[in-house]
Design a protein around this ligand. Structure first.
Ligand code: UDP
Ligand code: MG
Length: 320
């Protein structure tokens, strides 16, 4: 596909939506997204990926796929997490342009035409930036702000603060993205680093339509760590520098001890021994941990496991 054909002909837009226990939101989302997509001069498909929901989400999806041939659904065999659910949807998307967005209406479907417009103007990636979340507390806002600061300080790739997984990408960006098969993925970083022509749209995320956030503190921390580890070898390097420094310090201490011996002063006693012992075994433990993080990731990747697997695939394939 070249740029000139973007605005013409009957093209297909894929809308990929990961959902996890979103029973009260799905139908509302479906209505809003359908309304927005219908205003476009494009064919469209809505691809829901059920991320191992325990509520009626798969049943609602099953019904929607029977009622409306625009809807497809992939039911994952268990909860694989937001990032892998999005990946599953992107893998199966057939569109000339693919939008990924949340199913809780925090990524307003009414913005779909604007994203498509930017794509038609020749942008391959239209990335949205969340200004502030209406319902995000002070803590979430501050941690998010500082997280992106640290991430960008240690990462060779610039990751835009407030970047969300609400974006449109062109088919060729998708084809490239599909070749990235790592497990611990931070899609924001991958797309930011993928190149092509990128543009940004700012928006204020409204409150969740219904239900609660599916991200526990544990999930957030894990995700935050993935973002740093996926791009940066700095934690490893820091361990090397601190190792050097502590080596140097212990050398000075040894010299000091020898000096004391030669001068016939009292043997430096318990205190020094304890301090040295605590300090260095502390450092060692911390950085064995850092190395462990990376080894853990290597362990995950070398298994070459599939990223996700399906329990069911619902709805019609667009005939293309
Ligand atoms: N989600 C998912 N798997 C998960 C957690 C969340 O597919 O393990 C989906 C969820 O249903 C929603 C989107 O990812 O459509 C964003 O989740 P949520 O709204 O809970 O995150 P927040 O907006 O609080 O960051
Ligand atoms: Mg949300």
């Amino acid at each position: 596909m070249n740029l000139e054909t973007r605005g013409t002909g009957r093209q297909l837009l894929s809308i990929v939506v990961p959902v996890y226990n979103e029973q009260p939101n799905i139908e509302k989302f479906y209505e809003e997204a359908t309304k927005a997509a219908a205003t476009l001069d494009m064919d469209y498909e809505i691809i829901f990926v059920d991320d191992g929901s325990k509520d009626a989400t798969p049943l609602i999806l099953s019904r929607l796929t029977q009622q409306d041939e625009h809807v497809r659904a992939f039911i994952l065999a268990r909860n694989f997490g937001h990032q892998l659910a999005i990946t599953c949807g992107m893998d199966h998307a057939l569109g000339d342009a693919v939008i990924t967005m949340d199913g809780d209406l925090q990524h307003p479907p009414s913005m779909i035409p604007e994203l498509v417009q930017k794509w038609r103007e020749g942008n391959d990636v239209v990335q949205t930036i969340r200004e502030a979340t209406d319902d995000a507390g002070f803590l979430k806002r501050m941690t998010s702000k500082w997280y992106y600061r640290i991430l960008n300080a240690v990462s060779p790739v610039h990751i835009t603060p407030g970047g969300s997984d609400f974006r449109l990408i062109d088919k060729r960006v998708l084809e490239t993205f599909k070749q990235f098969r790592e497990h611990d993925r931070f899609i924001r970083g991958l797309i930011g680093d993928i190149g092509y022509t990128q543009t940004f749209i700012h928006f204020v995320a409204p409150k969740r339509y219904a239900g609660k956030s599916k991200f526990s503190v544990r999930k957030m921390l894990h995700f935050a760590l993935d973002g740093i580890m996926a791009y940066s070898k700095i934690p490893l390097r820091v361990s090397f520098y601190i190792g050097m420094l502590s080596g140097l310090l212990s050398l000075l201490l040894i010299l000091h001890v020898i000096y004391c011996n030669i001068m016939g002063k009292a043997v430096p006693g318990w205190t020094t021994t304890m301090i040295v012992d605590c300090l260095f075994s502390g450092f060692q433990l911390i950085f064995i941990g850092v190395i462990g993080e990376y080894i853990g990731r290597i362990f995950e990747e070398v298994k070459h496991r599939p990223l996700y697997w399906l329990r069911a695939e619902l709805g019609q394939h667009k005939d293309r």
